[in-house]
Design a protein around this ligand. Structure first.
Ligand SMILES: Cc1cc2nc3c(=O)[nH]c(=O)nc-3n(C[C@H](O)[C@H](O)[C@H](O)COP(=O)(O)O)c2cc1C
Length: 280
């Protein structure tokens, strides 16, 4: 009984219950000094590449080298990260394979990036859950594409390979408590047979859930996940910060508004053909 109590209070205790893993998972931004054994990393990565795919367009580069991780600080990687994973939309490998076997190989349609992102997302989720099941913790890093040049330099990533998403991995620092974040209510997300707009009442309940209880105005301060403003100076009042403030910033005033996806793709060696707008 004592052993059971001990293991239950240990937040890094691995579990094999699939639904427990999904329901208890949360993004962790503070990790202990404990390195991740190479065989655990390999196991997690192997689970990742077992994900279903449209064209196997996802490749991964990773490092546990603290110097490399430090070099990438401005990409938003958390300082205590033990292992950093970068998920790549790897158009290059498929083009090389096609070319090697004498096929049409120039993937110049935007849809190749779309398909690649679909593949990447599935690998990411497999890895995130496999890591969790082995007692590891993680957080994803959205700013990686913005820093494509730096990321490509650090990992020797050639042209036509897109750094799409990052992941910080490590063992959760138990001294920093992180709560499980809420989600919109089921009936505002899942619609049987036909889509419907959610009602005003439901909108209120979405907001209550996202900002209520312990999340009221505190989550973004404690977790420091507030979307950065273009002007950071003079920006100190976190208190009225809510879920909607967060997403509003993300779309209207964060780093994302400063970048052009087209420019990033051009830098990475893509020059897409004009889209054909004809009805399918
Ligand atoms: C594609 C993607 C990118 C993300 N990027 C970041 C990031 O750069 N920094 C961060 O702190 N959290 C990041 N997150 C984590 C989300 O903020 C977090 O998953 C969300 O708030 C839900 O919380 P939970 O994962 O704890 O349930 C990202 C999540 C996703 C899906």
């Amino acid at each position: 009984m004592k052993a059971q109590e001990e293991s239950e209070s240990d937040s890094t205790h691995p579990t094999s219950d699939f639904f427990e893993i999904i329901n208890n998972r949360r993004s962790i931004r503070n990790f202990t000094d404990k390195p991740i054994p190479e065989e655990i990393i390999k196991k997690v990565l192997t689970a990742g590449i077992r994900a279903t795919y449209s064209a196997q367009l996802c490749s991964i580069v990773y490092t546990s080298d603290s110097e490399k991780i430090r070099t990438l600080r401005k990409t938003g990687v958390y300082p205590t990260t033990k292992t950093l994973l970068i998920f790549l939309i790897d158009i290059r490998k498929l083009e090389r394979l096609l070319s090697f076997y004498g096929r049409k190989h120039s993937l110049e349609h935007q849809v190749s990036v779309w398909l690649g992102l679909q593949d990447v997302i599935l690998v990411v989720e497999n890895i995130l859950l496999a890591a969790e099941s082995l007692g590891l913790a993680s957080v994803l890093l959205e700013r990686i594409p913005i820093h494509s040049k730096l990321v490509s330099e650090v990992f020797d990533i050639p042209s036509r390979v897109i750094p799409a998403i990052g992941m910080s991995l490590g063992y959760e620092d138990p001294s920093v408590k992180t709560e499980i974040r809420p989600r919109y209510p089921f009936e505002t997300v899942v619609f049987e047979d036909s889509y419907r707009d959610i009602s005003e009442y439901e909108m209120n309940s979405c907001m209550e859930i996202m900002d209520g209880g312990t999340f009221k105005g505190e989550f973004y301060i404690k977790e420091r996940v507030k979307a950065l403003l273009k002007q950071k100076k003079g920006e100190s009042d976190f208190s009225p910060f809510s879920w909607l403030d967060h997403v509003e910033r993300k779309f209207f005033s964060s780093h994302w508004t400063k970048i052009s996806i087209g420019k990033i793709l051009k830098f990475l060696g893509f020059k897409f053909k004009k889209e054909n707008d004809k009805e399918q």
